[in-house]
Design a binder for this molecule. Structure first.
Ligand code: FE
Length: 332
């Protein structure tokens, strides 16, 4: 009897629920729950759309979408790093959409040229330095960190992290592989310590006096600064006379087999809108992608900069080459 009830319950749960009240969207998100829930709560309240979500790391979510195929309940994938968005598109789990709203709200270099994904927030991967031991004018470019004057003074996060794979992919796009490899070899030669597992530990190594400069995402610096406004670290904006600061994104796309593609597209459009951008970026101390929206005060105080306008899809296209290059260069 128990088995029968359980069986009936499972059948009931597996039957797609037809919502009479209004739209419904199922989201797979590698953006953490506390960064999406406040926005989803607002959207549900304002529109009556029901949003359900599941969070996990990007790799497992993309694999899950592949395995589920046409049976997937997911309508929308949200993830971080253009390299991951590119992988999702490359594996066929995102369907292309036509949206004048998204094209207007998201600058061209921050979206897939084939319309399968769109950035929703920006983060700069930039140089952070010790305000005790480095003068701001000493920081010029990412390439300059390969100069022997930084020997024993540089800390980096592991090359296994997609953020660094995207950064090196951008170096390849700008300089070609041989020159990019010379730069990465120079970084490795200047390392003060083996690469760290995350950006926060990398900055803590500067605070501990282990090194003087590092490359990190702006929001990780923002979190440390929020805890200690007098922190002896500052952000620099490199490559202002050349390629611009390396920016990466979080973003999303409607899945290839979405059951509610229109509702999913509407949610994506709303996340890119003036109504949502300040909060969506601000919750993680990121930059809005929508040029009509200002970042929150703490982020704004870091100052403006020229950003690299290379299409972020290049980070995905050159990811495999970047991984091989870092391996050859001894960047662990
Ligand atoms: Fe991150």
């Amino acid at each position: 009897m128990r088995r029968l009830i359980l069986g009936l319950l499972m059948v009931a749960l597996s039957v797609p629920v037809v919502s009479l009240a209004g739209d419904e969207v199922v989201v797979y998100s590698s953006r953490k729950e506390h960064l999406i829930k406040p926005l989803f709560d607002r959207y549900m309240k304002e529109t009556g759309t029901k949003i359900t979500w599941l969070t996990d790391k990007a790799g497992p979510l993309i694999s899950r979408l592949q395995a589920e195929g046409r049976r997937t309940p997911a309508d929308l994938l949200l993830t971080v790093d253009a390299g991951n968005l590119w992988q999702a598109a490359d594996k066929g789990v995102l369907g292309g959409i036509e949206s004048a709203t998204l094209e207007q709200n998201v600058p061209a270099h921050l979206r897939d040229p084939d319309h399968r994904w769109f950035a929703l927030t920006k983060r700069a991967r930039t140089i952070v330095y010790s305000t005790e031991r480095v003068k701001p004018q000493e920081i010029t470019t990412y390439e300059d960190l390969a100069d022997p004057k930084w020997k024993g003074r540089l800390c980096l996060r592991t090359s296994k992290k997609v953020y660094n794979q995207s950064l090196v992919a951008a170096l390849i796009a700008h300089h070609g592989e041989p020159a990019a490899e010379r730069i990465v070899r120079g970084w490795v030669a200047n390392l003060a310590a083996p690469p760290f597992s995350n950006d926060t530990k990398t900055m803590q190594a500067i605070l501990a006096g282990q090194c003087d400069v590092a490359i990190v995402n702006t929001y990780y610096f923002g979190r440390l600064q929020k805890k200690d406004p007098n922190i002896e670290l500052a952000l620099a904006w490199p490559n202002q006379q050349t390629t611009g600061v390396h920016v990466n994104v979080s973003g999303g796309g409607v899945t290839a087999h979405a059951r509610h593609p229109e509702a999913a597209q509407k949610l994506l459009e709303w996340l890119s809108s003036e109504a949502a951008q300040e909060d969506f970026a601000g919750l993680n101390l990121e930059y809005p992608v929508n040029p009509r929206v200002e970042p929150v005060a703490q982020v704004k105080a870091w100052g403006g900069f020229k950003e690299d306008e290379l299409n972020v899809a290049e980070f995905g296209r050159l990811q495999a080459a970047a991984i091989r290059l870092m391996d050859r260069a001894g960047y662990r």
